[in-house]
Ligand binder design. Sequence first.
Ligand code: COA
Length: 378
Amino acid sequence: MSEVNIYEGAVDKGLEGVVACTTAVSFIVGNTLIYRGYTIEDLAAKSTFEEVTFLLWNDRLPSKSELENFKNDLNKNMTLDPAYVQVLKTLPTNVHPMAWLRTAVSLLSHWDGDANDNSHDANLRKAIRLTAKMGSIVTAFEAIRNKREVLNAKPGQSMAWNFMYMLKGTEPDAEFVKLFDTCLILHADHELNCSAFATRVTTSSLSDLHSAVVSAIGALKGPLHGGANEQVMVMLAKIGTIEKAQQFVKDALSAKEKVMGIGHRVYKDGDPRAAILRKFSEQLTKKIGKPELYTMSALIDDTMQKEKGLMPNVDFYSATVYHGMGIPTDIFTPIFAVSRIAGWIAHAMEQYEKNRIYRPRGQWIGKANLTWKPAEQR
Ligand code: COA
């Protein structure tokens, strides 16, 4: 071989600006985010996570009776099989909860009779089971590592209520439940983000829904995606006091380090979810007697805008919101998964419907024309 064929398509590192598929699930226009035609502000103010999930999967809002049935179906499916919980209890818990969640969701497929059935009806059944069980799995992790009983969801309560109940073992504060439900809505989908794309890539090989969700969890885990919310809390703890916040940002920028929860590939004029979460952060940090966490966050936000023109994304203020609800820091990213599974499934369904396998090219920058020699001659 004397020449290497070089693929000469333009390289879009990080696929910036590449339109990889058509979608009707959610979309960003300027600083507006829409799910199936409704703005995020409208849904956050008026809807519930269950209703938004129905919307994302069905391309329309449910009727009253459809919503009731959907909520009941989710509620019934939140219970984990005792034999599955027994296996979960054998897994080491001295790992990141996202790693544990990734394993637990993969394991869940062993208890799902539809695991290898990719028909639309089977996918709908699996979608309900996976979405309903995600919160139960995350809260089971928290119970198992703290040597507490793994609780079952209570009938007649929302997914947000049950998540908080199963996480802490006590009936949750109504204000926290309302805010938490809104957080679930805000995180439910976000166009072709990294984990939704991972879902679509796995789905595009006509693999099964559990595999697609496991791929998505792996993608979400990273600090440049869902892992950023946890890192924001770590950063605030490291800064320690309000007086040090501005200098921390300046030092990070001169060291070319990323300030977590700031910046976005698509939003350049601000993330609408961050604007909503900022108000919750102020409210909750005041409620728990730690207003300095909000003040520090606002200072970081303002300094980043002044120094670098970058604005907060969804992860920035959600960190102090979850902290204000008494949620352990390493559970922040698993909560993202509890919500984002609604969007992952909507993307998987859309991909199955009009599939073509994802198979891009790489531009060759490697060596050429080498001749193999036996090991003793190298
Ligand atoms: N802190 C400091 N600088 C940042 C930054 C941040 N959080 N986000 C972006 N920048 C800077 C980059 O250093 C780069 O600067 P330069 O042009 O001077 O080299 C410029 O802004 C472009 O950033 P880049 O990393 O190329 O943008 P991207 O579109 O590839 O990445 C993110 C987008 C979200 C991954 C990126 O902003 C980031 O890493 N943010 C922190 C992690 C985070 O919050 N992730 C959650 C996303 S929802």
